[in-house]
Structures are given as structure tokens and as C-alpha cells.
Write a protein that binds this ligand. Structure first.
Ligand code: G
Ligand code: G
Ligand code: MN
Ligand code: NA
Length: 251
């Protein structure tokens, strides 16, 4: 179709770029990770949101090539930022379920560049784990063996099943923005955030809150024991140059 050839052309013509949203460690206020988010600047149609083109990329299977491109850029970026900000700096990348169906050697690519697996966090959604077949399970085991960490994105919105938390080795739960948006003292959202943090910690996981837009939300999450947060209160997704400027200022 017209749009799938547009997507292919976007890859060839270098119309994609990544922006990076800081992820802040709440106990210290320091930026210790960044989430890589893809952007498409089309020469005629202008900015096209990933919410629009990622589903299309999945339908047309171009997601594998686009995902490979994202992963390679993110790995190169984390290598540069570890040199500047320390070897424990991490970049997280979003991966949709179809990206677990190919035979890309993500671990090999990292190791080939001399990076430790710990440099990368892979964000997946609950749905992937609910229908996990052997191929998915093997990829997750390969991540664990290599030290690549795994985060559940949009946690709490997908399915009510929690049984996959027993079956797979998950490092982070990312509290979905919908629980953060109306966070207030005495709100049911606060009870849910506290419960997610307690459960995560007792299962050996850490928690990243998304969509933090106000000081009050940050303070409530911090008091609830949440480990990390991201959102417009700290910074929107930034270009590489703006990210580096911010890190130079706030560390
Ligand atoms: O960047 P933005 O906040 O507009 O993201 C919109 C959606 O697109 C989110 O669900 C996000 O996870 C997804 N997304 C952004 N970048 C990528 C990517 O590189 N790969 C995949 N699979 N999804 C992405
Ligand atoms: O599905 P995922 O969590 O990967 O998507 C992240 C999306 O949330 C991106 O589109 C990003 O631009 C957006 N985002 C990041 N921080 C905030 C925030 O503080 N408020 C809102 N409304 N959106 C945010
Ligand atoms: Mn995400
Ligand atoms: Na999310």
C-alpha cells in the first residue's frame, strides 16, 4: 500500500530519528536512564506520531526493520552516554510483540560493540507475556543471560492476569500514566500505586512511574516508595543535544 511504501522509504531516506525522555531516580533526583522514542518527520506530511505508524508498521511487518534501526541507534547512543555519565547509564527501548517473532540477534549486537547487556532495558507489554510461546520465552531467557533488563510498559491497563509475573524474570513495572494523571492524597489511584510498589518490591522488581506532570505527583510517588519516574514535570522527550544540555545542568 501507499503508506507501507512510505514507511519503507522513511527508513531508506533517513526520516526517522529518536528522542530521549529522561528517567529520574526519585531518591537522588538524578537522571539514570532514558526512554528512546521514535519520531517520523515526513518531508510533505510533517510529523507523524508513532501511535499512528507503529501499528501500521506491525501490520506490514516493517516493524522488524524499524525496530532493528531503533535498537542500533539506541545502543550507539548508550555507548556514548555511558562514556560521559557512567557505565550504569541505561537506555530503554519499546518493543512490540511482533519484534519477538523474528530472529534478530539483539544480544549479539550489544556484545559485538563491547557493551554489557545491562546497558539496555527492553519495554514490553503484558500481552506479549500472556501469549508467550517458546520463541518469546527463549528471547526473554537470552536477555536475562546477557543482563538485558525487561520492563512491563503500561502496567495495570492491559489484563487483570498477574500470573506471568511468577513465570518470567521482570526487572521493572512501569505504572501507566492513567494511574498518575489524577494522583492525589486519598485517591484510589494512590492506593493502586502503593500496591504496585509493594508488590513489585516484594517480587524483586523496581517501579518506574510514567506521565508525572506535577510536583505533587512526584512527591506522592516518592513517598509511596516508587523508584523512578518520567514525565513532563522532569522533561519531555528530548533531542540528543537537549538531553545533554539538561544532564549538564542537573546531572
Ligand atoms: O513517543 P510517544 O510518546 O508519542 O509514543 C507513542 C507510542 O509509540 C507509545 O506507546 C510508545 O511506546 C510507542 N513507541 C515510541 N517509540 C517506539 C519504538 O521505537 N518502538 C515501538 N514498538 N513503539 C514505540
Ligand atoms: O506507551 P509508552 O509508555 O511507551 O508511551 C509513552 C508516551 O507518553 C510517549 O508518547 C510520550 O511522549 C508520552 N509522555 C511522556 N511523558 C508524558 C507526560 O508527562 N504526560 C503525558 N500526557 N504524556 C507523556
Ligand atoms: Mn514505553
Ligand atoms: Na506506558
Amino acid at each position: 500500500s501507499r503508506t507501507s511504501s512510505d514507511l519503507r522509504e522513511a527508513l531508506v531516506r533517513d526520516q526517522f530519528h529518536l528522542v530521549y525522555q529522561p528517567i529520574v531516580e526519585l531518591a537522588t533526583g538524578r537522571i539514570r536512564k532514558a526512554e528512546a522514542l521514535i519520531r517520523w518527520q515526513h518531508p510533505q506530511r510533517g510529523f507523524i506520531s508513532p501511535a499512528e505508524f507503529i501499528p501500521l508498521a506491525e501490520e506490514t511487518r516493517l516493524i522488524r526493520e524499524i525496530g532493528g534501526w531503533v535498537f542500533e541507534r539506541a545502543v550507539e547512543q548508550v555507548a556514548a552516554w555511558q562514556a560521559a555519565y557512567g557505565a550504569d547509564f541505561q537506555i530503554s527501548v519499546n518493543k512490540s510483540p511482533l519484534q519477538f517473532k523474528g530472529d534478530e540477534d539483539w544480544v549479539g549486537y550489544l556484545v559485538g560493540l563491547g557493551l554489557s547487556g545491562h546497558s539496555i532495558v527492553v519495554e514490553i507489554t503484558e500481552g506479549l507475556l500472556l501469549d508467550a510461546d517458546e520463541q518469546v520465552s527463549n528471547k526473554l531467557l537470552a536477555f536475562r543471560d546477557a543482563g538485558i533488563q525487561v520492563a512491563i510498559d503500561d502496567f495495570g491497563t492491559g489484563y487483570s492476569s498477574l500470573s506471568y509475573l511468577k513465570k518470567f524474570d521482570i526487572d521493572y513495572l512501569k505504572i501507566d500514566q492513567s494511574f498518575v494523571r489524577n494522583l492525589a492524597p486519598d485517591s484510589s489511584d494512590l492506593v493502586l500505586c502503593e500496591a504496585i510498589v509493594t508488590m513489585a518490591h516484594r517480587l524483586g522488581m523496581q517501579v518506574i512511574a510514567e506521565g508525572v506532570e506535577t510536583r505533587e505527583q512526584r512527591d506522592l510517588l516518592s513517598a509511596a516508595g516508587c523508584d523512578f519516574a518520567q514525565g513532563y514535570w522532569f522533561a519531555k522527550p528530548l533531542s540528543v543535544a537537549d538531553f545533554e544540555t539538561m544532564l549538564a545542568k542537573v546531572g
